[in-house]
Design a protein around this ligand. Sequence first.
Ligand code: C2E
Ligand code: CA
Ligand code: CA
Length: 663
Amino acid sequence: MKNISIKLFTIIVMLMLLTSGGYLFYKFYADSKNVTESLLEENIQVNLLNMKYFLDKNLKENNIDQLVAYLDNRVHSNSIIDDIHILDNNKKLLYATDRDDYALHKGIQCLPISKIINSDIFQQECYSFSVKLFDDLTPYYYQTNIYLNRAYLDSLLKDKIIKYLTLFIVNFFILMVILWITINKLIVNPLEQLRQFAYYSTKVPKQFLIQELESIRYSLDLTFKRLKEEQKELFNLSTKDPLSGLYNRLSLVEKINWLISKSKRSDAQFALLFLDLDNFKNINDSRGHEFGDKVLQHVSQVLISSVRDNDIVSRLGGDEFVIVLPDIEDNDAILEVIHRIREALNIPVVFDNYKYHVTCSIGITIYPKDGRDVTELLKNSDIAMYKSKDLGKNNFHFFTERLNDEIQEKIKIQRVMVSALEEGNFKLFYQPKVDIVSNKIVGCEGLIRLIDPIVGLIPPDRFIHIAEENNFIIPLGEWIIEEGARQLKTWESTPLKDLKLSINVSGVQFKDSNLLSTLENAISTIDKNKFEIELTESVLMTDFDEKLEIIDKFKALGLRLSLDDFGTGYSSLSYLKKIPFDTLKIDKSFIDDLENTKDQSFVNMIVTIADELNLEVVAEGVENKKQLKYLKSMKCEQYQGYLCSRPLPANEFESLFLERECP
Ligand code: C2E
Ligand code: CA
Ligand code: CA
């Protein structure tokens, strides 16, 4: 069904009311007309019949004068009667009022009064009756015509109709206007207000009088309020991190972008602080995530209260936070914020009866100096943060180009390393160890080289620490052990068969539970006494007892053990006592400056101790004959250094061994 508006509906209802009102009015009119008519009729009938009687009587008595007076009076006093004519036998007018001409009534049909009862006096203009008299025995008649005043009779009804009709119409219109105004005010306008409210949901309409509309308005109002709340919640969810209430990554990026465009215009700079909690993973693992969440919430509060109102604090996820400090003029302002944060974090927090001390590492970048867009700024501050972790945590570090180079190098090396192992780009080089008395090469140290087809030769200083960081040293170390053992095996059938070979084992390799079996397998077919492992003191610095256990197992395999870089560590002598070393390698730094008497006595002392403990001694980094002379005088047994040769590929090393002696 086609829908209609309330206004149209109202008009239809009003028309229906008008029609039914009109009908009722007509019925009422018809009824009242009937009543009026019958009353009038009765009245007129009685009048006329009275008159007939009176006329009858007076005409019979021939009392004309009295009759005239009476008729005159009647015509004048009764407005219904227009005229009364009395006609004699000859139709001669016996009486006519002077008001009206006889001719005026000509042509009007008169109805015998005997039929008055059944006639409609409003249609009939004239009634007549005859009086029969006798002149002696001759009868003669007087005919009386009574003319009714039609105009008056009509006016009697018409006035009433006009009166009632006017009353009806006026009332009806007043009613309609009132109805129209009321419906508009109470229904149409509120509905329109509701519509607008529902559409724009801005201004809440005032209460309505109509109950149903009011309840709709009330529900709409409630719904919109709830919608607004939900909208707000949704907005918060999309821009805020639910755990900490801080901005999330998405809104951080948005805010930084905005700040960049603002800073571009005003030539301002801003700082970005990348915070990472120290050892948070441990806390999460040992105390549970709920505890971890409390720590994160605590840190969030600390950060918020340590910065200014217009600074931006956000949580990137996990234990990473980013603070943006707009309009920074110098580093002092940044340092002050860092100081405040560290001071506040320094106060230990107690959760679940457990006291926790939060520290964090911070990396700092400054726009535009350290990055021109969000990605670069975040990346570089992350790099700086890692640097401060490297520096021992609970620290901060500004981003520098050098740091960036370091990272770039690291990324490059990592990439190169992984493919190098698969593609055979690692090579073990060999540096001779020379017997100082006989000048003969008695052994060698295997030193790793990475020869990338594009980058060229990469020395171990550039990749070993990276390989240690990401545990790549474990597969690489395995390869080195196997390659060294393979080389020794190859040499077994050559003049190099008596050479000892040492390889370096990094501390990280100790974590590998397969290390022992790798070694065992590698040396299973060679003379174990020719295979030596070089360890630095730094390897032994942590978890000493655990490592000692592993070292004992090495020894049990029959391997030789060498203490590398001796003299650079802290408690060298106690290590010497506890660990069954076979060789001591005096660090190059003492050899470099052998003309210095202090270094001389130090080297001397080491040689003496080694002699006492029955250890072989190898001096590292011997580059000239002067150094060699000193070593010889100190009775140092072996040396390793450029004086004889740099580390060489296996074939070159073999040639060296065969072709010439070292000094
Ligand atoms: P390191 O074990 O102390 O090795 C001795 C280093 O001194 C070698 O550097 C060697 O080339 C260098 N050298 C020897 N004689 C001289 C000299 O007369 N003058 C100078 N200036 N240097 C001399 P390289 O091969 O670059 O190795 C550096 C370090 O890398 C090694 O120090 C060692 O800690 C590590 N490394 C090398 N190869 C391996 C490996 O296969 N495994 C492990 N874990 N580390 C390795
Ligand atoms: Ca070494
Ligand atoms: Ca060394």
